[in-house]
Design a protein around this ligand. Structure first.
Ligand SMILES: NC(=O)c1ccc[n+]([C@@H]2O[C@H](COP(=O)([O-])OP(=O)(O)OC[C@H]3O[C@@H](n4cnc5c(N)ncnc54)[C@H](OP(=O)(O)O)[C@@H]3O)[C@@H](O)[C@H]2O)c1
Length: 352
């Protein structure tokens, strides 16, 4: 029987390279893949590893590239442009699919492939990065301790620089703020909802933002009303203002191209020192039918480093045959305690 094999697609990106480094440090020998042979050739540090070049628009090429692959980690984002064709190819080849998306529409599109994934006997687990693996575990644990919740609010406070790919992904979602009401995903105006969260220094204002948990928390807990927020820091206030005033403009081709050019002039992502001093804090608050509230808080150090460690840890479980078939959230596949194993995670919950 042939050895289980891991492929990392989007291996040339800022996060893709962190994921490759983490996998190699853990003793894995991933196949490196991407759409550009020229960019793959620059990964000279890992020249001993197999490489495959294929574009996501090439369905036959994808199935051929995946035919001997057990598990694929997709790091090529924005995932609205890559996840669906890649999952469709994985369903044909019987390859388990993981990614690091935080994009709400991507979670929903992949959840709609649940039956096909089960038939293909594969697991499809998007969001195995900093957003949404920690928040999904935090929420699943809090909901299990407080059954019958009517409403969930999640707040995020991030102190981190951003990679070019993250900035492009944020821009993609800037005109599309959504929450969940009575089970349905509905659109809300940027800045139209505010809520206070205690990120560790007392109550702090946060503004409605679009996080993948609107999709994943519903599947993990069944709570029908979900709102997600980001701490009202200066950059978040500016993004909210931009979304209100210019959101429509940013969906137009020319302004978007100009912004992409500006993003390309900047650094690929936060440098090592900046990364190591960065963090993300998630606060989950659930409200019962009687209006009683319960909260829990989880801090993750170095969100980009965490993302690499988390998705590689999930891939390692899959390579050992530890999978749940069909569409999964991190907590539905591996339980709410999965997040506790990673360095730099601090969880404030009733029993520590
Ligand atoms: N959930 C989380 O916490 C988390 C953490 C980190 C990153 N992310 C997400 O991961 C994504 C990548 O981030 P990054 O920092 O690595 O960005 P990046 O440095 O720009 O790298 C993006 C990678 O994806 C590839 N790619 C992009 N669009 C593609 C397409 N349509 N077809 C094939 N390949 C494509 C790029 O290939 P080329 O080099 O050929 O363009 C590159 O290899 C972003 O969406 C980001 O938001 C999420």
């Amino acid at each position: 029987m042939s050895q289980p094999r891991l492929m990392i697609y989007g291996a040339t990106g800022y996060t893709g390279q962190l994921v490759v480094a983490e996998a190699v440090a853990g003793g894995l020998r991933p196949v490196l893949a991407g759409r550009s042979a020229k960019k793959l050739a620059t990964l000279t540090r890992w020249s001993a590893l197999d490489q495959r070049t294929v574009a996501v628009g090439d369905a036959d090429g994808l199935t051929s590239a995946l035919k001997d692959i057990t598990v694929l980690v997709n790091c090529a984002g924005p995932f609205s442009r890559t996840a669906e064709p890649v999952v469709d190819a994985c369903c044909k080849t019987g390859t388990h699919y993981l990614d690091i998306t935080g994009e709400l529409a991507v979670f929903e599109a992949l959840a709609a492939r649940d039956a096909t994934a089960r038939q293909a006997k594969i697991m499809v687990l998007p969001g195995a990065g900093c957003d949404v693996l920690p928040s999904d575990c935090l929420i699943a644990d809090l909901a299990a301790r407080n059954p019958g919740a009517r409403c969930l609010r999640l707040g995020l406070a991030a102190r981190s620089g951003f990679s070019q790919g993250t900035l492009r992904t944020v821009l993609d979602g800037l005109n599309d703020f959504r929450i969940r009401r009575d089970g349905a995903i509905v659109r809300v105006e940027a800045g139209s909802l505010r809520h206070d969260f205690d990120f560790g220094e007392g109550p702090n204002a946060a503004l409605v933002s679009v996080l993948g948990d609107v999709a994943t928390a519903y599947r993990s807990t069944g709570i029908a009303n979900i709102e997600t927020y980001s701490q009202a820091s200066r950059p978040v206030e500016l993004l909210t203002w931009t979304a209100r005033r210019l959101g429509g403009l940013l969906t137009m081709r020319l302004p978007r191209r100009l912004l992409d050019t500006v993003i390309r002039q900047g650094p690929a992502g936060p440098g090592e020192r900046e990364r190591r001093s960065s963090h993300a804090i998630f606060v989950a608050e659930i409200e019962g039918a009687d209006g009683a509230r319960a909260t829990a808080r989880l801090r993750v150090a170095d969100p980009y480093g965490f993302t690499a460690a988390a998705v590689v840890a999930v891939a390692a479980r899959v390579l050992q045959g530890d999978v749940r078939l069909g569409y999964q959230t991190p907590s539905s596949a591996y339980g709410a305690d999965f997040v506790r194993q990673f360095d730099g995670v601090a969880w404030d919950r009733p029993d520590g």
